[in-house]
Write a protein that binds this ligand. Structure first.
Ligand SMILES: Cc1cc2nc3c(=O)[nH]c(=O)nc-3n(C[C@H](O)[C@H](O)[C@H](O)COP(=O)(O)OP(=O)(O)OC[C@H]3O[C@@H](n4cnc5c(N)ncnc54)[C@H](O)[C@@H]3O)c2cc1C
Length: 375
């Protein structure tokens, strides 16, 4: 019988296992495939702290107000990203040079301004930039951009190394990390759970569901019904070039995230839709690729001669309201959710830290209200 069984070996599961192991809790993590094999190892590595521009424009002010509590969650997570590097003694390539959203028209600038106002109310130090200030902060941005806003808290980390580093550290503290264990069924028996996997049966006092897009299926095994969404999206990476892009760059014109990695490559994404093939596998859409690159070049024209070396598709986990789902299921005491949609890479350490406390019956070490995230 294990104290806590964590299901899912992405960033949510690996951070949870590490925080638990570092508090001396007996923990086993079960991963059906390979560790970091899905979204957590295929994402763009952006550390987001601001309200994302597309849902802000699409869903409007009421949505934004409901989303505001999540800003404290992401800010907390970014602080934990910084601390994790020294705690894990691992280079996660965390850097926080700021997130820069740029506008091409007066209307886009007005959207950025009203969004910044909400962010400032929530305590985020978003700085508005006119054209001249934008050119000073980021001379690599096109002259056609008339202004923007800088969110100093934002940055990036390396998704290829992050979750595995948390898993390694959890293992070093006595946690068990088991790949190739697909959870097939969960039964409740008195004060424990019996978990059947493709590789044997486990008994656990408590469970953390960190199964990403599969979290709804696992919650349903204990009677939970959760609004889990999944969308295939895509990303591209260029050949390495000399340092040119300092910030995490967004556009208010169209979906874009653009950043330069430490290796010098430029990651270009922003949530452009990929295609699901006949077998349900995500495949790159040529149309999304060309539209994504077009907006990238409008914003950073000097990339015109840089070659794309790879594009890939992966499935992002979502919820309609964009809010994390964190906490215990009412219908199944002892069964906890750690589900951070859309920006789950950013939110990984916060989700892991908070759930590790909740599972132990302790108050999480945060000064913000977790009620909006309750399952
Ligand atoms: C292309 C792309 C770009 C993105 N860019 C960013 C970004 O820049 N910044 C950001 O913050 N977020 C980004 N995201 C979102 C982010 O990657 C995800 O929200 C986050 O990785 C989710 O982490 P997770 O651990 O919950 O899920 P996952 O990484 O999907 O891990 C869940 C794990 O659970 C395992 N599992 C599922 N079912 C079972 C089962 N029955 N038994 C055992 N194991 C099981 C899966 O195999 C998987 O390994 C992006 C996503 C994509 C797809």
């Amino acid at each position: 019988m294990v104290d806590v069984l964590v299901i899912g070996g992405g960033i949510a599961g690996c951070t949870t296992a590490w925080y638990l192991a570092s508090e001396g809790v007996d923990v086993i993590l079960l991963e059906k495939g390979e560790l970091n094999g899905l979204a957590s190892g295929s994402n763009a590595g952006s550390l987001h702290a601001q309200i994302q521009h597309e849902p802000y424009v699409e869903y409007g002010a009421n949505w934004s107000k409901r989303f505001l509590p999540a800003l404290s969650f992401y800010a907390y997570s970014i602080d934990l990203w910084l601390k994790a590097e020294s705690a894990l003694q691992a280079d996660l390539e965390v850097s926080l040079d700021g997130g820069l959203i740029v506008a091409e028209t007066g209307q886009q600038m007005r959207n950025i301004e009203s969004k910044a106002e909400l962010e400032q109310q929530a305590g985020l130090a978003t700085v508005l930039l006119d054209g001249a200030a934008l050119r000073e902060v980021a001379p690599y941005i096109s002259q056609d951009m008339c202004g923007g806003a800088l969110c100093p808290l934002e940055g990036k980390a390396n998704p290829l190394v992050a979750a595995p580093a948390f898993a390694r550290a959890a293992k070093g503290l006595g946690g068990k990390i088991l790949s190739g264990h697909e959870v097939l069924n969960i039964r409740r028996r008195k004060n424990e759970f019996v978990v059947e996997t493709s590789n044997g049966t486990f008994q656990a006092r408590r469970i953390v569901n960190a199964a990403g897009i599969n979290a709804g299926v696992l919650a349903a095994m204990v009677g939970g019904k959760l609004p889990i969404q999944a969308f295939p999206i895509q990303l591209s990476v260029t050949e390495p070039v000399a340092p040119v892009v300092r910030h995490l760059v967004y556009s208010a014109e169209s979906m874009l995230t653009l950043k330069q990695t430490r290796a010098g490559t430029i990651l270009i994404g922003g949530g452009w839709p990929a295609i699901s093939d006949r077998n349900g596998r995500a495949q790159v859409s040529a149309e999304s690729l060309s539209r994504n690159l077009a907006v990238a070049l409008r914003v950073v024209p000097s990339l015109a001669d840089v070659n794309i070396v790879r594009s890939w598709a992966a499935v992002v986990n979502g919820t309609r309201d964009w809010l994390p789902i964190i906490g215990e299921l009412n219908c199944a005491p002892g069964f906890f959710m750690n589900y951070v949609p859309w920006m789950g890479f950013t939110g990984g350490p916060a989700g892991g830290r908070i759930v590790a406390s909740l599972v132990q019956g302790k108050a999480p070490p945060v000064d913000f209200d977790l009620t909006p995230f309750s399952p």
